[in-house]
Write a protein that binds this ligand. Structure first.
Ligand code: DGL
Length: 274
């Protein structure tokens, strides 16, 4: 029988964005079993109310804890901003979140002009405003990107559409002459090349999946929860019923041969509330 240390780690996001974190965790700790929930039936989270995001987060973490997960990664900036403190109050297992890497961006900037792109919800959240208040004397340009998560989720999105969206949405960064950009949404790493095309190679881009994976490892180490079982597995789940679309995203974005399966989570009628 497996020890508790070899129970899986649960990760979730509104959709495919947290796969960037899943990848980083799998690369750093290949012996850990992982269960990832893409809540694609309810994506995007960024235009939902706090109540809606909190409800979905609880439904998913309930499911993951029910599957025996020893730790949870909220692989979504938006759900972290809305729900992580409530989740930590409620569950015993370690819960790791993600937030935009403003600190490393500020540290690495040579001009002191830093950009942050994130969902509408994240930039308006109390948690983000609190993070920002630590850098009051810095020049930080904030750009919400409504609609970008949907473009990344959709297999039919053309490169040209992404470039047009980013050229118009990121014009404030070019105007302000930022030299460093913090990605505040786990989806955005999947359009890194397009962001570089629009802003130029000289702009340094800070994304956080590897830092989140390292933080998770630190927590597992400190709580004696590390697994070194060579029979680890990665289970990809989606709340969407469109598995063809989901599998297309796995191949194109995640570039793995992992198979995605459907999983209903929470109230079937919840979508009508949202
Ligand atoms: N990947 C999520 C994040 O990091 C996207 C949220 C959304 O669905 O809008 O915020």
């Amino acid at each position: 029988m497996k020890s508790k240390n070899c129970s899986p780690i649960g990760l979730f996001d509104s959709g495919v964005g947290g796969w960037s974190v899943l990848n980083a965790v799998h690369e750093l700790m290949p012996h850990e079993s992982l269960i990832y929930v893409a809540d694609s039936a309810f994506a995007p989270y960024g235009d939902k109310s706090p109540k809606q995001i909190i409800e979905r987060s609880f439904s998913i973490v309930d499911f993951l804890v029910g599957e025996g997960c020893k730790a949870i990664v909220v692989a979504c900036n938006t759900a972290t901003a809305a729900a992580i403190s409530h989740l930590r109050d409620h569950y015993q297992v370690p819960i790791i979140g993600v937030e935009p890497g403003i600190k490393p961006a500020v540290e690495q900037s040579l001009t002191g002009r830093v950009g942050v792109m994130a969902t509408q919800y994240t930039v308006e959240s109390e948690k983000f405003q609190h993070l920002l208040s630590r850098f009051e004397n810095k020049q930080i340009v904030i750009q919400p990107c409504p609609g970008l998560v949907e473009l990344i989720e959709a297999p039919e999105t053309l490169d040209q559409q992404l470039l047009e969206y980013l050229s118009s949405q990121l014009s404030s960064f070019r105007r302000e002459g930022i030299d460093t950009l913090a990605l505040g949404c786990t989806h955005y790493g999947f359009v890194l090349d397009q962001i570089k095309t629009v802003l130029g190679e000289a702009v340094r881009i800070i994304d956080t999946p590897s830092a989140v994976a390292r933080e998770l490892k630190r927590r597992l180490d400190s709580e004696d929860l590390v697994c070194d079982d060579s029979t680890s597995s990665v289970q990809l789940l989606t709340t969407s019923e469109d598995l063809v679309r989901a599998q297309n995203r796995v191949e194109k974005l995640l570039k793995r041969d992992w198979v995605v399966t459907h999983q209903s989570i929470g109230d079937k009628d919840a979508k009508s509330v949202i």
